[in-house]
Ligand binder design. Structure first.
Ligand SMILES: CC(C)(COP(=O)(O)OP(=O)(O)OC[C@H]1O[C@@H](n2cnc3c(N)ncnc32)[C@H](O)[C@@H]1OP(=O)(O)O)[C@@H](O)C(=O)NCCC(=O)NCCS
Length: 273
């Protein structure tokens, strides 16, 4: 698809613009729009994040230009090496029927109800390490709550991700479930490091969303993530979440304020994934 316009006001999700000369001679901007590309909001977020880090480091304008050149060089080198696009793995198979109650199952995993008696110690272990604590730390609904409040809070729903052999590998949650507003904050965690980076989080989250829509009747599911958590942002996007805004200096973690990216998934505005 290709379109032409004077100004890029109509940019939408899954759209990228290639500026073709805002000509030196003052001709209008010529825009080529291509589908299925990274959303502009994500690129802006990433740029802001890199810029913020660079500024902290003391980059001058010239250093920023050198950085952009290095990025382009890396990009060109990668294009030559890569056989397919990043994340071009087999699409996880998820059974979307039968999601009205737990347990849920898909090709490689299951999600069962959280059993406070047997699961609380395991969850505590996962949340105690630096990697896992972002399950609650970057949440806007539950940042400073205790594990008991997390598990027993009336507005929270927790699930445990297991292998098909019933080995627990992670957790999922809907926090601050507002029944009247039909919305909740989704959280995910792969606690067992052996199962990270293998697509289990994506497979489990797709199931959990189906459960949220079918069983909890949610119309709106949102996630909050540190804008530096790029893997998580990319994963959310693949699943169909859209960036809704950047909450500046939203969270205080270990004495440092962090921007939080808010992403949303709406029943009435499904994004093709
Ligand atoms: C966020 C989190 C759950 C993601 O887990 P994960 O294991 O990295 O997620 P996945 O395996 O689904 O996806 C990660 C990568 O594996 C790749 N992958 C997916 N399927 C794959 C497969 N079948 N084989 C190999 N790789 C695969 C994905 O392409 C993805 O690559 P990318 O990083 O280039 O996008 C995990 O980092 C975590 O527990 N973080 C701590 C808690 C947290 O921050 N939670 C977020 C708050 S909501």
């Amino acid at each position: 698809m290709a379109r032409h316009a004077e100004f890029p006001y109509f940019l939408t999700f899954n759209t990228v613009i290639a500026y073709n000369a805002f000509a030196l001679h003052g001709t209008p901007v010529d825009l080529i729009i291509m589908d299925n590309q990274i959303p502009l909001a994500t690129i802006q977020t990433l740029a802001r994040s890199v810029f913020k880090e660079a500024a902290k480091y003391g980059f001058s304008q010239l250093d920023v230009i050198r950085l952009v050149n290095e990025l382009m060089d890396n990009c060109t080198a990668q294009e030559r090496e890569i056989a397919g696009p990043i994340g071009n793995h087999e699409e996880p198979t998820v059974m979307t029927s039968g999601t009205a109650c737990l347990p849920l199952s898909s090709k490689r995993l299951m999600i069962r109800s959280f059993d406070a008696e047997s699961d609380i110690a395991l969850l505590d272990t996962w949340l105690s390490v630096k990697y896992g604590r972002h399950f609650v730390l970057s949440s806007t609904a539950a940042q400073s709550i205790s594990i008991d409040e997390l598990v027993f809070g009336e507005r929270n729903h927790l699930g445990i991700i297991t292998t098909l052999e019933q080995k627990p590998i992670g957790a999922l949650a809907y926090l601050d479930h507002d029944d009247g507003q039909r919305r909740a904050e989704l959280r995910k965690l792969i606690g067992d490091s052996e199962y990270r980076g293998k697509g289990f989080a994506e497979e489990a989250t797709r199931l959990w969303i189906a459960y949220g829509l079918d069983a909890l009747k949610l119309d709106k599911i949102y996630v909050s993530t540190l804008q530096t958590n790029l893997g998580n942002i990319r994963l959310n996007e693949r699943i169909g979440f859209q960036v809704e805004g950047l909450l500046r200096d939203e969270l205080l973690i270990d004495g440092v304020r962090h921007d939080v990216l808010r992403m949303g998934y709406c029943r009435n505005y499904p994004v093709p994934t």
